[in-house]
Design a protein around this ligand. Structure first.
Ligand code: NAD
Ligand code: DAU
Length: 335
């Protein structure tokens, strides 16, 4: 297939691009604005693959989108482009509204004009928090943060293009991803790097919030199944095989890095913090998908990857991220 992958320079997008080029022989054109989270380094090993192209541009820019499609003529758009950090959405929601509402609209219009299949990459956070049981695709949408509310708005707009214009859209909602190339603002890479550097490990509130972890290669594969086999107009959940309380994840990272449990600090909780996410993935399993990586083995590999790839995270940890960290946590990183 020939794909236009928006937001392909980010964590999961670049994982998907690598998979499609290497395992499926697809041609991939990446359109990415390169925000703080988008990094060309994420393509270091696939830049020279035949069939890979990179274009810098924003999804809310109709000219950039029109040119990417007009010149490269993809068969489908897969949209990963998003602002993805809940804490940043609480501090400064503006970019979330712009990218998720306007950006998604521009892409949908382009898909309509050129008659393209469209995959929206979405999140379990659209359902809100669940104390017990698990969310299905029919669960009510009850987002809590500006991040999840704007992602929900984008999902609703995507579905409206199926109902109104019969556009071939599908939505894939994932649970919490982890793995290589994840920006260190997120729980797992933040804790790994802080643990290695002897910095504090800031656990929000009591640390008993539960997340349903999925390895990024498993989520990327689920998106591939939905792209190839999903029914137009449908939503598919893709949740990981394991649920873990945050505090247990952090304690395991302490063990794997040889850090000290005294580095763990319980800090002020995130406002409106969702207690638990849990997704049923029965529907996407009917397309043939199944997750392959269990959390304990995936976490061990992820810790090893961060240890071995200082070249990747050092420029982040010594750049603008330091300023963000200080604002968010009220203290500086050590080095
Ligand atoms: P990320 O923050 O690592 O990457 C986002 C990418 O989008 C970056 O390359 C960035 O430059 C690009 N981008 C942002 N705004 C853009 C714009 N206006 N135009 C073009 N490009 C833009 O994110 P991620 O964790 O890889 O998440 C990718 C997608 O998966 C998002 O849609 C997110 O909501 C969804 N998702 C993420 C997770 C998770 O745990 N990380 C779980 C479920 C779903
Ligand atoms: O569930 C899918 C979502 O997972 C994605 O849609 C989002 O893009 C992604 O950022 C992620 O959202 P979370 O808010 O769950 O992820 P985060 O890594 O920010 O936090 C995971 C949990 O860890 C959450 O309960 C908050 C907690 N946490 C996080 C950080 C950064 C801490 O206790 N301390 C921290 O410093």
């Amino acid at each position: 297939m020939k794909l236009l992958v928006c937001g392909g320079a980010g964590f999961i997008g670049s994982t998907f691009v690598r998979q499609r080029l290497r395992e499926f022989g697809d041609e991939v054109v990446v359109l990415d604005k390169l925000t703080y989270a988008g990094r060309e380094e994420n393509f270091h090993d696939i830049r020279e693959e035949p069939g890979f192209r990179f274009l810098r541009g924003a999804i809310e820019d109709p000219e950039a989108v029109g040119e990417a499609i007009g010149v490269h003529r993809p068969e489908a758009i897969v949209n990963f482009a998003a602002e993805t950090h809940v804490d940043r959405s609480i501090a400064e929601p503006d970019a979330f509204v712009k990218t998720h509402a306007l950006g998604t609209h521009v892409l949908l219009e382009a898909a309509r004009e050129w008659g393209l299949r469209y995959v929206q990459v979405s999140t379990d956070e659209v359902y809100g928090s669940i104390e017990e049981g698990t969310f299905t695709e029919d669960s009510p949408l009850r987002p809590s943060s500006p991040y999840s509310a704007t992602k929900t708005g984008a999902d609703l707009l995507v579905q409206s293009y199926f109902h109104t214009y019969a556009l071939g859209v599908v939505i894939c909602r994932g649970s919490n991803n982890y793995g290589p190339y994840q920006y260190p603002e997120k729980l797992i890479p933040l804790m790994i790097l802080n643990a290695i550097h002897g910095d504090g490990l800031p656990v929000y509130g009591d640390g008993m919030q539960v997340r349903n972890w999925i390895h990024c290669t498993d989520f990327a594969a689920a998106i591939g199944y939905v792209l190839e086999h999903g029914r137009a107009g449908e939503v598919y959940n893709a949740g990981g095989p394991d649920e873990q309380a945050n505090i247990d994840v952090v304690k395991r990272i302490v063990e794997l890095t040889g850090a000290d449990e005294s580095q763990i600090e319980h800090v002020t909780d995130r406002p409106g913090h969702d207690r638990r996410y849990s997704l049923s993935s029965e529907k996407v399993r009917t397309l043939g998908w199944t997750p392959k990586v269990r959390f304990q083995e995936g976490l061990e590999e992820t810790v090893a990857w961060y240890r071995e790839n200082k070249w990747w995270w050092d420029p982040i940890r010594s750049g603008d991220y330091r300023e963000y960290y200080e604002q968010q946590y009220g203290r500086a990183l050590s080095s």
